[in-house]
Design a protein around this ligand. Structure first.
Ligand code: AFP
Length: 300
């Protein structure tokens, strides 16, 4: 089954179907562009991440494609300093974008991804729990798409003639024992170090690539926990609330998992600014609850 047919079967609105199909067509262009990626752009985004030419190209390409769709009112992109207002739009959607997450991994041939959050009412500075849809694409040995419109989590694979074909329907995160621990161990807070140690003692196996999209995708399929914690000098960690943590947490929660910043669900956090970062624990409920237990006990 092709993506559009599946979206229709899910009862998505025509505008949502058109928007998601447009976004995934843009991701196909990114998949092609990765094969011919250029060198560094010599620029840095507001988060201080060096931008390669492909980062800026992918960002421009996606924003232009959303503009032409005439369905999108606002776009917040990891590569932009502020929210982009699309004035001549007939639509109301708000879209958050991480056009090319993990781009520093391309030159060592590791998988990377695109992350998208969709709000029907246009305001991209909403809590993650207000998302109406979310999707990610993994550019790896396969190009796969995972999406939800709050009616299950579904995976598609790009075939040889450029169609996303249904691969797995109604994905539920299995109980598993993989852990993907981001950040430098020397910078961990004591309670987080104790948490990671406890996972090891429980028999969890380390699987971490440095690409959030493939790492979280692996947790969705095999179970366990992805974390990028608060650090000694960075109490909000590294990963962005709007562009990375909200859409991916939304998908994992829709697949029966859980998410937290150590104290509360990530999806309940009200964004204060486009560049907000947050500590993140996302995956099986028991592993997320264990992190919150360690965090709580550290405050006593
Ligand atoms: P880049 O986009 O700069 O490669 O960073 C990728 C990322 O934002 C996210 O995809 C990873 O989970 C995280 O950073 C890896 O960060 P560390 O390199 O500090 O582990």
């Amino acid at each position: 089954m092709k993506l559009r047919e599946h979206l229709e079967q899910q009862g998505a609105t025509e505008h949502m179907i058109t928007l998601i199909c447009r976004i995934t067509d843009l991701c196909k262009d990114i998949a092609n562009a990765i094969l011919h990626q250029q060198g560094k752009a010599g620029t840095v985004n507001i988060h201080g991440d060096e931008q390669i030419a492909l980062d800026t190209w992918a960002d421009d390409h996606m924003i232009q494609g959303l503009r032409e769709s005439k369905l999108v009112k606002t776009v917040a992109s990891e590569e932009q300093d502020e929210v982009v207002e699309i004035l001549k739009s007939d639509g109301e959607f708000g879209v958050t974008l991480d056009p090319l997450d993990g781009s520093s991994l391309i030159d060592v041939n590791l998988s990377i991804g695109t992350i998208v959050g969709i709000f029907e009412e246009g305001n991209v500075m909403e809590k993650g729990e207000k998302l109406d849809a979310a999707l990610y694409v993994v550019y790896g040995p396969l190009t796969t798409l995972v999406y939800t419109i709050k009616k299950g989590v579904h995976e598609f694979v790009l075939n040889e003639i450029g169609d996303f074909i249904l691969r797995k329907e109604n994905l539920q995160i299995p109980q598993g024992k993989l852990y993907a621990p981001g950040g430098l161990a020397k910078d961990y807070l004591p309670w987080h170090s104790n948490y990671i140690k406890a996972l090891g003692e429980k028999g969890y196996k380390l699987r971490y690539s440095g690409g959030m999209v493939p790492d979280v995708n692996q947790i969705l399929h095999k179970g366990g926990i992805f974390t990028y914690p608060a650090l000694q000098e960075k109490n909000q960690g590294k990963l962005r609330l709007l562009f990375e943590c909200n859409p991916l947490s939304f998908i994992i929660v829709q697949a029966g998992g859980a998410c937290s910043d150590g104290k509360q669900s990530i999806l309940t956090k009200t964004p204060q600014g486009i560049g907000d970062r947050t500590p993140i624990y996302v995956g099986n409920k028991d592993a997320v609850l264990l992190a919150e237990k360690f965090c709580y006990e550290s405050d006593q």
